[in-house]
Design a protein around this ligand. Structure first.
Ligand code: F6P
Length: 327
């Protein structure tokens, strides 16, 4: 039988996402609500290995619900991928008397949590926090809504100048392996084309869309390219389009890490609050090796292994819609 949980540790891991602070706040306050001790582990798994751990209370998380980033800081830990690193982490957990962990992060962070659970039996509960929205087991991840709104805001501004100068802009958005942000932004900003990592789009298809646009007297255009798309990086895209359409004035904008920052939207704050409560309550009810998520508007727990092995699917209906509306 699982030993009773007196102390819960919480950490953020992987790429930060707006709303992670709201999730930390919810984890801390729910733990306090149930009379548990709660400890913040700084710098993700790296901080767990080195013992960068501090006790938190409800006041420690005041005025952070509206802040981007993560007060606990984050890292992608190479050491935690090693047996030795995880052994050191376990020793720190024991010496800090932490009985269970809440991990706020994405796929890689959950892979680490799952192995750690298998090796040491420490109860772990995941909260999906990544702007990429690419986790199976939750229709939305913390940070995705904020990042999407940031992208839409930026592309709207680019649209103004694109239209003033009759230019074609290639706007590169984050998403090494997933096109959620790109597809969402393409529909919301009226882009002529979107290029996703999930698709095997060819230059012929891309050129055809641009030709159609020209035939329809479009004078300026936006192409949204996810960073991990298979056609190439945005500068290569621009060069290849220029060869085919030398008359076009083409500019490239890479939105980069600004997509990861900023105050979380209302949607992300609510999501983070719900999942923070669900993670702690899940642990206290004996759940482990699972991730709390929202599926079809309902709180759901998915085994970490399922969340890791399966990939969230982009909305192909939305892709179809984007093609219809781009004429
Ligand atoms: O996983 C979130 C993400 O923002 C990806 O979209 C992006 O490819 C990656 O992180 C960038 O990571 P880093 O900040 O480590 O360069």
């Amino acid at each position: 039988m699982q030993k009773s949980i007196k102390t819960i540790g919480v950490l953020t891991s992987g790429g930060d996402a707006p709303g992670m602070n709201a999730a930390i706040r919810a984890v801390v306050r729910t733990s306090v609500f149930y009379n548990k001790v709660v400890k913040g582990i700084y710098r993700g798994y790296d901080g767990l290995i080195s013992g960068d751990i501090l006790e938190l209370n409800s006041k420690s998380v005041k005025n952070i619900i509206n802040q981007g980033g993560t007060i606990l800081k984050s890292a992608r830990s190479d050491e935690f991928r090693t047996v030795e690193g995880r052994r050191k982490a376990y020793e720190q957990l024991t010496s800090n008397e932490i009985d269970a962990l809440v991990i706020i992060g994405g796929n890689g962070s959950f892979a680490g949590a799952h192995i750690f659970y298998e090796e040491y039996g420490v109860p772990v509960l995941g909260i999906p926090g990544t702007i990429d929205n690419d986790l199976f087991g939750s229709d939305v991840t913390i940070g995705y809504d904020t990042a999407s709104n940031t992208v839409v805001n930026c592309v709207d501004k680019i649209r103004d100048t694109a239209s003033s100068h009759n230019r074609l802009f290639i706007v590169e958005v984050m998403g090494r392996d997933s096109g959620f942000i790109a597809l969402n932004a393409a529909v919301s900003t009226g882009a002529i084309e979107v290029i996703l990592p999930e698709e095997n789009k060819t230059y012929e298809e891309l050129f055809r869309e641009l030709e159609k646009g020209a035939a329809n007297k479009k004078t300026s255009n936006i192409i949204i390219a996810a960073e991990g798309n298979k056609l190439g990086n945005s500068f290569e895209l621009a060069e290849n389009i220029k060869v085919k359409f030398p008359q076009l004035d083409i500019k490239v904008t890479i939105l980069g890490h600004l997509q990861r920052g900023g105050s979380p939207t209302n949607i992300d704050r609510i999501l983070a609050s719900k999942l923070g409560v669900a993670a702690v309550e899940g642990l206290l009810n004996g759940r482990t090796d699972q991730m709390a998520g929202i599926v079809d508007d309902k709180l759901t727990y998915t085994f970490l292994q399922q969340a890791i092995l399966n990939k969230a699917q982009i909305d192909y209906e939305l892709l179809r819609i984007s093609k219809i509306l781009a004429i």
